[in-house]
Design a protein around this ligand. Structure first.
Ligand SMILES: [Ca+2]
Length: 109
């Protein structure tokens, strides 16, 4: 698989030939642990894409200790590029351990 080159020019970021606009950092909670998996879905059915993040790195040296602060994170999007962190007690999205992939399943009722 060919990886696309990401330009480091913050004024005109590109992924391949596509100009990326409106880059914004995620809320600080996204920085609590390394993120290895991101999925996008409209979790709250408001028409705006939301983000589910998973990660962690538990097999580190003893002197460093486990990096396991991510127990699954939900960020609700407002459709304008802003995302709000929703605590696990509210979202119900709670996973433990190293997460390397998130798949969205559609279940028929
Ligand atoms: Ca949504």
């Amino acid at each position: 698989m060919r990886r696309r080159q990401v330009q480091r020019d913050p004024a005109h970021p590109r992924i391949g030939s596509v100009v990326v606009r409106h880059l914004r950092p995620l809320p600080v909670q996204a920085q609590f642990s390394p993120v290895y998996a991101i999925a996008s879905a409209d979790v709250n059915k408001d028409g705006n894409p939301d983000l589910l993040l998973g990660g962690n790195f538990e097999k580190t040296r003893v002197s460093i200790g486990k990096i396991d602060a991510n127990h699954g994170m939900l960020f609700l999007g407002d459709g304008k590029g802003n995302f709000k962190y929703i605590p696990q007690t509210e979202s119900g999205f709670a996973v433990k351990g190293d997460v390397r992939d998130i798949q969205i399943l559609k279940i028929k009722n």
